[in-house]
Design a protein around this ligand. Structure first.
Ligand code: FE2
Ligand code: FE2
Length: 166
């Protein structure tokens, strides 16, 4: 734990740590959403989408790692029980029951949009108060926006494809 990191932060440490753990839980769920989707996806564009899912899964895991490191620096503990992920997360995991790529993409799009809102919230809380957490959240935010854009582009491609073969 960094004593100085805690001292220089102008925020309510408990409130910040709780929020970082919400994001931490959401990253694990997002990781799993992509990971399982990459294994189960069916349909046209499957190969391209699976590759994208694998890349995103790896990045969500990196986000979880960054959060865990920052939580520890601030004197907290990242959630130690995976049972807590679903309870704590506000960006929900959606069990893939229909395995068509377009459905999986829709589920991931919802989760990316929720993640964008989450990191915007963390940035707003930390701006001018905790530069290290702010910078971390800003970097992750940029990647979540990129994820959202990429998923959205695949959905558009599928729509164009469907129109073409109508
Ligand atoms: Fe993420
Ligand atoms: Fe993401």
């Amino acid at each position: 734990m960094s004593q100085m990191a805690m001292k220089i932060s102008k925020l309510d440490n408990k409130k910040l740590l709780d929020l970082l753990n919400v994001a931490f839980a959401e990253e694990w769920l997002a990781y799993y959403q992509y990971w399982i989707g990459a294994h189960l996806a069916e349909g046209v564009l499957r190969h391209a989408v699976v590759k994208e899912f694998e890349e995103h899964a790896a990045e969500e895991l990196e986000h979880a790692e960054k959060l865990a490191k920052r939580i520890a620096e601030l004197g907290g503990t990242p959630l130690t029980n995976p049972n807590m992920f679903e309870k704590v997360a506000e960006c929900k995991y959606e069990e893939p029951k229909n395995l068509h790529v377009s459905i999986l993409l829709q589920q991931n799009l919802a989760s990316e949009r929720c993640a964008v809102a989450r990191y915007q919230q963390i940035c707003e809380m930390c701006e001018g108060n905790d530069y290290i957490t702010f910078n971390m959240a800003r970097e992750i935010l940029a990647e979540e926006v990129e994820h959202e854009q990429e998923i959205d582009s695949y959905l558009t491609d599928i729509e164009v494809f469907r129109e073409h073969f109508k």
